[in-house]
Design a protein around this ligand. Structure first.
Ligand code: TZP
Ligand code: MG
Length: 241
């Protein structure tokens, strides 16, 4: 083979493997389970009126929650893993999209549908390298630059908040409606509005029409979780009519 022909052959082989890699990425993106729209719940055992997470989660699932994030900042890795193992089984039974906060290793170990990270966690590109293309990655964002970066770096959805002041996460200043409005108008991936959202103010959020709304303490601390969830869903639905 002449040098020119052998170079052409090498280039062709390189192109072939490049196309194969690209089409694998596209297939994975198509196959990836999509985050359902609607109410998004998060665990908070310290705000659950003395109930344990599993009891509260079961009640949430029985009340129709379709997305649940496990978020426990104070527990040991082992305790978190054990709870996540149970919740993963339950979420499969109930058809709930299960997301683990912070702990990429636990997310991989229990095979959750997603992992949620913040601005101070591993960079999203590294998280993606670790979890691969199939797992959903959510990223908390607090301003337009972070939202744009989340999209360009491959986040599957963003958290938008805290909208209002909240004691559940008091370290971040509220972003208000303006940032939610910006995201709804400019960011194409799903947006989860979060922070200080209650039955009493959920309509002020749902009128912006984000794909998801998250209430943490309003659900976990409710004495009637079923009623709270059904009221939230009703408020979100009537907004669309
Ligand atoms: N991220 C932004 S605000 C928040 C998180 C995890 C906590 C929201 O909790 P609550 O009880 O719904 O205000
Ligand atoms: Mg985090």
């Amino acid at each position: 083979m002449s040098i020119a022909v052998s170079k052409l052959w090498k280039d062709l082989m390189l192109l072939k493997s490049h196309i194969a890699r690209k089409s694998m990425r596209v297939t994975r993106a198509i196959m990836k389970k999509q985050l359902p729209k609607g109410l998004y719940a998060i665990t908070a055992q310290n705000l659950s009126n003395g109930r344990d997470n599993i009891t509260v989660v079961k009640e949430m699932f029985d009340s129709g929650i379709k997305i649940l994030q496990y978020r426990e900042k104070q527990k040991s890795k082992l305790e978190k893993f054990k709870e996540c193992e149970i919740i993963k089984k339950l979420s499969d039974e109930y058809g709930v999209f299960f997301i683990v906060n912070d702990d990429i290793d636990i997310a991989l170990a229990v095979k959750s549908g997603g992992v949620h990270i913040g601005q101070d966690d591993l960079p999203i590109e590294k998280a993606r390298e670790i979890v691969g293309g199939d797992m959903t990655i959510g990223l908390s964002t607090h301003n337009p630059a972070q939202a744009q970066a989340a999209v360009s770096k491959g986040a599957d959805y963003i958290g938008v908040g805290p909208i209002f002041k909240t004691f559940t996460k008091s370290s971040v200043e509220p972003v208000g409606f303006q940032y939610l409005d910006y995201c709804v108008k400019n960011i194409k991936i799903p947006k989860v509005a979060i922070g200080g959202i209650k039955i009493s103010n959920i309509k002020s959020i749902s009128k912006y029409n984000p794909e998801n709304i998250c209430m943490v303490s309003e659900i976990t601390s409710s004495n009637n979780i079923k009623e709270t969830i059904s009221q939230a869903q009703e408020q979100m639905n009537t907004q669309k009519e």
